[in-house]
Design a protein around this ligand. Sequence first.
Ligand SMILES: CC(=O)[C@@H](O)[C@H](O)COP(=O)(O)O
Ligand SMILES: NCC(=O)COP(=O)(O)O
Length: 240
Amino acid sequence: MQLLVNIDHVATLRNARGEGYPDPVKAAAVCEKAGAAGIVFHLRGDRRHIRDDDVYALKESVTGSLDFEMAASEEMLDISTEINPHLVTLVPESREELTTEGGLRMEKVFDDFQQRVFPRFRETDIRISLFIDPNREDIELAGELGTDMIELHTGTYANAETEEARRHELRRLKEGAVLAHELGMEVNAGHGLNLDNLGPLVETVPHLNDISIGHALVSSALYDGLETTVKKFLNIMRGG
Ligand SMILES: CC(=O)[C@@H](O)[C@H](O)COP(=O)(O)O
Ligand SMILES: NCC(=O)COP(=O)(O)O
């Protein structure tokens, strides 16, 4: 299991004033030095945080795994195949949302991904991850499509308001991870994870590979510093 830090919201802060700082590239380097195995960014169609220049600079500077999150638009297919990250994570995206609101509806995207999207990546070394909810149907369709990995959407777990709902979501994530593993896919997880909900997730859900964490980690770093915060998250992942 390894931590990939999503640095989108370092760019959000930078863009608030347009002064060029804080610099997502510099933040990524601090995260990697502190022990993160790689960096995630989501280049949105509206460029609200990460921008094209950041993507090229991150490709040059990140030494570990680089996870390019994106909608499966032609524009993003062109940029990602030029950048050649280690993996792309395909996510649903809408302009109105504050953040990604759920996983891909596999039934809806299956034909398009099979005919248009996967062939583009299969001409490259880029590995494909699909961001999906822990539903049997979605996971089985992801397997049928032949994706290398899935990223289980942990947002419903993270937002659960009662202990019962939290336990229910953890059970769904566990069953989803087991099924994906049985079907031969690697299992990543992310969205809404923080210093409180990460521990129960990693204790309960098997087969986890990349865990991507952004908003809560960047927010905690305002209090404790980026290096210390990355180490705190890593400590939880190591059972501390
Ligand atoms: C896929 C996912 O869960 C998040 O990485 C999300 O897409 C990040 O986007 P924002 O940073 O814009 O919330
Ligand atoms: N893939 C999830 C991610 O990169 C980070 O999501 P969040 O921690 O910002 O919600």
